[in-house]
Design a protein around this ligand. Structure first.
Ligand code: ATR
Length: 473
């Protein structure tokens, strides 16, 4: 009998947790996995919630279990698995049925799915879900893009399962297909930058101030009560307090210094470049992960040039630690400003009208970058007119002004003493460039005119101009 409100396809941990979350909110959810054993495991894990779950072992069974118009949420491996699953479902579906891709899709794939499916009379939603396994089970942040009709149909379910921030659901409609996954991609890009900058601040305290992981954990714990209050700050405390049971050493020292990545950070940097918007802190974070994986090159350079002479930048006084906090705050504001600028540029380019204030709001809970600062960002973007950049919001401008002297001092010391701080310095350089009343690209323009007769504009006259260029010695 058709009684399920929605289907979840893909019973790996994310899909399973989302299905349990849906069941817990009182909806009937039909569940299916390509290999049946996982469906049965999911039901066994669900305990009491299994009463609201309908296990299905074939696509026919799944489709028959759903109330029309059917809503089918895919949580399968991004890419080919989504294409294959859609192809398998289509012959069994009716016009008006809704396919939801909730995996980590590239937004371009969502646009393509929407075009193909809507041409055949189906509805499509591309939905970004952030918050990892815990979020999926107890409340993620949900970014929806695609058909409005489909959104209205599934809104009650998605709104109910999302995280809440002071009672407000962290699920919102972002715009047409592609918009949901584009926003999720930038969320992850910002996440990369945030994590990298935290790691750089840790590195400065560890190698620059000679502090132990546990002493640094205490510092980060203090920061969870200030402007850097965030989930990432909290888990940094947790990471630095953990000891390896096998060796008794800090676990962070046992972890191989080679970071993984799945692609969304890189996609953010690529989109930023394509849109012509600087996102240097995000790019630096992606590159730092990539570089960390070049182990043989790192070893060869280390052998050829010797270890970086990482010297002390001071002693661990409360003053210098407060300056490092301000440095991280500066970097964080600037990385978020860059991320939001990419969103604004994408919105303009694709005609999406992305709701920037709403985006900051639904990132306040559930997702990995949830933080106190996002509340201020949602306020900043609620202004009419919205600021052209977060940097121009009076409160953020004030915070930057107050923190900048410390950031300059600390990053100057970091560079002078051999500490790698790529994301923090990228962020600072971005601001230094933006602030400069005169950029040095005047010289670049001169070079372009000399070698390619590209011409230049003058500050004192309209029109295009050329040389004359000095010749001879
Ligand atoms: P995991 O490592 O947890 O297995 P994964 O390989 O990314 O994660 O797969 C995630 C989900 O996508 C699983 O439900 C998987 O189904 P199986 O359990 O049968 O492997 C599903 N999946 C992967 N490739 C698929 C495909 N080509 N068609 C349908 N589902 C697929």
């Amino acid at each position: 009998m058709a009684q399920a409100d929605i289907a979840v396809i893909g019973m790996a941990v994310m899909g399973r947790n989302l299905a349990m979350n849906i069941a817990e909110k009182g909806f009937k959810v039909a569940v299916y996995n390509r290999s049946s054993a996982r469906t049965d495991e999911a039901l066994a894990e669900a305990g009491d919630l299994a009463g609201n779950m309908i296990p299905c072992h074939s696509i026919e069974e799944l489709v028959a279990a759903l109330k029309p118009p059917r809503a089918l949420l895919l949580m399968v491996k991004a890419g080919a698995a989504v294409d294959e699953t859609i192809a398998q479902l289509k012959p069994h579906l009716a016009k008006g049925d809704i396919i939801i891709d909730a995996g980590n899709a590239n937004y371009r794939d969502s646009v393509a799915h929407d075009q193909a499916l809507s041409a055949e009379g189906f509805e499509f939603l591309g939905v970004g879900v952030s918050g990892g396994e815990e979020g999926a089970r107890h409340g993620p942040s949900i970014m929806v893009g695609g058909s409005k009709v489909a959104w209205e149909r599934v809104q009650p379910v998605l709104t109910a399962i999302a995280a809440r921030y002071q009672g407000e659901s962290c699920c919102a409609y972002m715009g047409p297909a592609g918009a949901g996954h584009f926003v999720k991609t930038l969320h992850n890009g910002i996440e990369y930058a945030d994590m990298q900058m935290i790691a750089e601040a840790y590195g400065l305290m560890r190698a620059g101030l000679g502090m132990t992981p546990s002493a640094i954990a205490d510092v980060f714990e203090g920061w969870t009560k200030g402007p850097l209050a965030s989930y990432l700050t909290e888990i940094t405390v947790q990471a630095l307090r953990t000891t390896d049971p096998a060796t008794g050493k800090p676990l962070v020292d046992i972890i191989l210094d080679s970071a993984g990545q799945k692609g969304t950070g890189r996609w953010s940097a690529i989109e930023a470049l394509d849109l012509g918007v600087p996102a240097s802190a995000i790019a630096a974070a992606v590159e730092a992960r990539g570089l960390s994986g070049m182990r043989s090159l790192r070893q060869a350079v280390n052998g050829a040039l010797g270890d970086a002479e990482r010297a002390a930048i001071g002693t661990a006084t409360p003053e210098i630690i407060a300056e490092i906090e301000k440095t991280l705050l500066t970097g964080k504001i600037l990385a978020y400003a860059q991320g939001f600028d990419v969103l604004a540029a994408g919105s303009k380019q694709f005609g999406w009208n992305l709701p920037l204030a709403e985006i900051a709001k639904i990132w306040r809970a559930g997702c990995i970058i949830r933080s106190r600062m996002l509340d201020s960002m949602s306020r900043a973007y609620s202004a009419t007119p919205a600021p052209e950049s977060l940097i121009l919001d009076p409160d953020f401008a004030g915070e930057l002004k107050a923190s900048l002297p410390a950031a300059r001092k600390i990053l100057g010391l970091a560079v002078a003493n051999g500490h790698p701080v790529p994301a923090l310095t990228s962020a600072l350089n971005y601001l230094q460039q933006l602030r400069a009343s005169r950029a040095t690209v005047d010289l670049v323009q001169a070079q372009r005119d000399i070698f390619g007769a590209h011409g230049f504009e003058r500050v004192d006259q309209p029109g295009a101009h050329h040389g004359p260029w000095h010749t001879g010695a």
